[in-house]
Write a protein that binds this ligand. Structure first.
Ligand code: ZN
Length: 488
């Protein structure tokens, strides 16, 4: 198991034994500590003090302020998040869950702090937090956040009925969903988000509503068309009903907890889809491109030799068993984001209609003379090339990791966060600066990237080398014949 909390970082959990759980609201520090312990990603969510710059040049990427992020987001968030609207904090796994499942738009604002309650399922109990439209539970043993079935808890399910015409019928509960409610159900995530219907459409408080396991859909015809289906405030209603069981300290307006900057990471990359025999795919890597003609000559020679130039992302997919490649594939990569690549390689690639992969040093773009600007990198991407990470400052990662793990983690993750905040989603490919890597470095890269390239020659790519794909050194001045000879 990797130790991921070097001095520059405060780990999101400690290795101390958890404290005994009092049967009341836990003091703020304990609560945060416990929730982090409960987190399924505790070992990979690093917390850096908000006051402390992450990198030597003090340029951490900005933390997200939005309360909702895509499930594959890589970057920072300020945690906990305080909602002045209701005066409550959301932290730890609850915040991660809310961010990845629709934010305040889906759940409403928090109406309590998180609090501990006993649970029949486990001796450790669970943490609970109410939102206007939901109640979230975090089981301290299974470490999972789930949504309480407030629909079921608030109403007795109606008896099953027969399928109705023009409706989607759910045999599981014997109820129909139709019209605008069905459209909302299908676009909002279906059974996973709303649960099964537990009633037909009924009239309550002068609104047509329908109950599901987790939500109540309401029809508000007086609203603009996009807002006519509303989610009922089931969290508020359940909290009112069970108020005497909720610690008063959790319901009172709270002071904002001190925010810190914390990594948000997507779920780890899955292993390859299926075993795949080794693939012979030469991957060339270039640096400077002083002029256009030599590269043009090379690319034409590669084509004449029957080579089909493909993007690296497709090769990574193929090695993973998720894509196929044409016969005799070839990949062109360009390292370090030299401006000469934009000036001389990009026009040739466009004229020859071949894709390439550019590995950029994110802090150098628009900052150092001789390197591309962010606008140039964006143009490469718009022309169909891959623009991927080559670290933030181009350090030797094996030695950096040994000296300062946190700095190495930041180099590897920060550069992707910066790259994607500037250019949008990448293919999540990485090139090791100077081709230097070791197992510790690979484990950090593999946490968020789909594949990585090394140097050292050779063209045989295997699943074992998903994070150290082989590359062949190339310069535009090399004879095409000698490069072709290395490809077999
Ligand atoms: Zn480099």
């Amino acid at each position: 198991m990797l130790r991921l909390w070097p001095p520059a970082f405060r780990a999101s959990h400690s290795t101390d034994a958890p404290p005994a759980l009092p049967r009341a609201v836990l003091p703020a520090l304990h609560r945060r500590h416990l929730l982090r312990l409960a987190g399924s990603v505790a070992s990979t969510r690093l917390v850096a003090s908000a006051a402390r710059p992450l990198l030597a040049d003090g340029s951490p990427s900005s933390a997200v302020a939005a309360d909702s992020v895509p499930s594959d987001y890589v970057g920072y968030a300020l945690v906990p998040r305080f909602f002045p609207e209701t005066g409550h904090n959301v932290d730890g796994e609850f915040l991660a869950y809310v961010r990845h499942n629709g934010g305040a738009g889906e759940f409403g604002y928090p109406v309590t702090e998180e609090f501990w309650e006993p649970s029949g399922a486990s001796a450790a109990g669970r943490m609970v937090q109410y939102f206007q439209r939901a109640r979230l539970e975090c089981d301290l043993v299974t470490k999972r956040v789930t949504r309480s079935p407030l629909g079921e808890l608030l109403v007795r399910p109606q008896p099953a009925v027969s399928p109705a015409p023009e409706a989607r019928f759910f045999t599981e509960t014997g109820h129909n969903v139709m019209n605008a409610f069905l459209r909302h159900f299908e676009t909002a995530g279906g059974v996973e988000v709303l649960g099964y219907p537990i009633s037909e459409e009924v009239e309550e408080n002068e609104h047509v509503v329908q109950w599901f396991e987790y939500v109540r859909l309401e029809w508000w015809p007086e609203h603009p068309p996009a807002h006519r289906v509303q989610l009922g405030l089931l969290g508020d209603e359940h909290l009112r009903r069970t108020a005497q069981q909720v610690p008063a300290a959790a319901v009172r307006r709270a002071a904002p907890l001190e925010p810190v900057r914390e990594w948000i990471l997507p779920p780890p990359q899955p292993p390859p889809a299926r075993p795949q025999p080794p693939l012979l795919v030469p991957i060339l890597y270039y640096h400077h491109v002083p002029s256009q003609q030599p590269l043009r000559t090379q690319i034409r020679a590669f084509k004449r030799a029957g080579r089909t130039i493909v993007p690296l992302g497709r090769v990574v997919d193929a090695v993973r068993g998720e894509a196929t490649l044409p016969p005799d594939p070839l990949v062109l990569t360009f390292d370090d984001a030299w401006e000469s690549q934009f000036q001389n390689a990009a026009p040739v690639l466009q004229a020859e209609d071949v894709p390439a992969t550019f590995f950029v040093i994110t802090r150098y773009l628009s900052a150092l003379a001789g390197y591309m600007t962010w606008d140039q990198a964006r143009m490469l991407k718009e022309r169909g090339h891959e623009v991927e990470s080559h670290s933030h400052n181009h350090p030797r990662l094996d030695t950096l990791y040994a000296a300062d793990e946190g700095a190495a983690v930041a180099e590897i993750w920060e550069s992707l966060a910066v790259l994607e905040s500037r250019l949008g989603r990448s293919r999540r490919l990485f090139a090791y600066p100077d081709g230097r890597w070791d197992d510790a470095v690979v484990s950090i890269v593999a946490r968020i990237y789909r594949g990585a390239v090394a140097t050292g020659g050779g063209a045989l790519q295997t699943q074992d080398l998903m994070y150290a794909l082989r590359r062949i050194k190339a310069e535009p001045s090399y004879a095409a014949a000698s490069l072709l000879k290395q490809m077999v």
